[in-house]
Design a protein around this ligand. Structure first.
Ligand code: HEC
Length: 159
């Protein structure tokens, strides 16, 4: 009696370990689908043409945006909102085309923090460059939005 009971322990231990692993895997694939940020690589999300957009966008970002929003997209305290994991940007990435083209002022909430400083517009940038910038900022750092189409940017700018 005692002996047969003892023998079930290694089996139970193995079963629990396996069950735990399956649960862990299920949880991880679950969070990947629901969150807007992930650690998946750029190649998983963007094709070659879009990766070109991303790298051109990075150049434009360094030139026009990084002095305020910072190289790491974290912004600057209560003055400049972040772009990395920014709910404001990620809820309407294409719509942000207008912010880049025309600037933005007045109170806005980004990740539950209120900002109210004017951002200049960049009327010198065309729809293509804006799509490149949006591809970069929505897929850089922890952001994992996916591709941004030039045609959608054009439509957003004409709204
Ligand atoms: C002079 C500093 C400055 C520069 C340069 C600048 N921004 Fe901004 N940006 C701001 C400020 C300040 C706000 C918040 C505006 C407000 O309070 O209404 C903002 C808001 C935003 C937002 C919406 C809020 C958010 O965080 O999601 C986006 C998107 C954005 N900027 C993108 C850009 C991009 C892309 C560039 C480069 C083309 C750029 N900004 C250049 C200062 C700047």
């Amino acid at each position: 009696m005692v002996k047969s009971k003892m023998n079930t322990y290694p089996f139970l231990k193995g079963f629990c370990l396996l069950f735990g692993l399956v649960l862990l895997a299920a949880c991880q694939s679950g969070t990947d689908k629901t969150s807007s940020t992930s650690t998946s690589s750029i190649q998983d999300r963007l094709d070659n043409k879009e990766i070109k957009y991303f790298s051109n966008g990075k150049r434009l970002y360094t030139q026009y945006c990084a002095n305020c929003h910072m190289e790491d997209g974290e912004g600057l305290g209560k003055l400049i909102p972040p772009l990395n994991k920014a709910d404001y940007l990620l809820k309407d990435v294409v719509g942000a085309a207008k912010i880049i083209a025309h600037g933005q002022q007045g109170e806005i909430m980004v990740n539950n923090i209120q900002y109210n400083q004017p951002m200049p517009g960049y009327s010198n940038l065309n729809a293509n460059q804006i799509a490149e910038l949006l591809t970069y900022i929505s897929n850089a750092w922890d952001n994992a939005y996916g591709p941004v189409e030039v045609n959608d940017v054009k439509k957003a700018l004409n709204k």
